[in-house]
Ligand binder design. Structure first.
Ligand SMILES: [Zn+2]
Length: 168
């Protein structure tokens, strides 16, 4: 466990974001649409992992494909499984096993949350709240979700990585 993980979130066009996640064994990259509040769902899902016996599910809309994240907390570790379904309108209530496994890794929760918080903070620094809303479209930047997750990470994870970008 506890290998390195990289995470990126970049507003790639009006109503689109490029999400990238990678560990030592491989990477996954998705073009995510503004039809759902995807960045907020990711931040809130990760925040849910600090509860006992956590399992979190949320989906990104790739228009039309569904990318479903399933996060299972195991102590301070985390199993991430990402499933792909061809059409989100059809698969929203389908069992995970009906999808194709797109990416899976067992990670340190601290490492992944650190990487996601940094990526979200970088998006906010680049665009600002107004710029984010203008580019992403339907939803505002999830400031409260980011603050909540950052607070949990700093308080609970005992992270030894620098947090320069996280100073507010
Ligand atoms: Zn950290």
């Amino acid at each position: 466990m506890a290998g390195q993980v990289e995470f990126g979130w970049r507003l790639s066009g009006t109503g689109w974001a490029t999400c990238r996640i990678a560990d030592a064994s491989g990477e996954a990259k998705y073009e995510v649409s503004y039809c759902t509040d995807a960045l907020a769902d990711l931040l809130n899902g990760l925040g849910g992992l600090y509860r006992p016996k956590p399992v979190e599910r949320f989906s990104f809309d790739l228009e039309p494909a569904e990318i479903r994240w399933v996060l299972r907390g195991i102590g301070t570790g985390l199993e991430v499984s990402i499933y792909r379904f061809p059409d989100m309108l059809v698969s929203f209530d389908a069992p995970d096993g009906d999808g194709t496994l797109s990416w899976r890794s067992t990670l340190s929760r601290s490492r992944l949350v650190h990487a996601v918080v940094e990526a979200a903070q970088a998006v906010l620094q680049e665009h600002g709240e107004a710029g984010y809303k203008a580019k992403w479209g339907r939803f505002p930047f999830p400031t409260a979700s980011l603050q909540d997750l950052r607070r949990l990470h700093l308080r609970v994870d005992g992270c030894d990585q620098p947090h320069d970008l996280l100073a507010s």
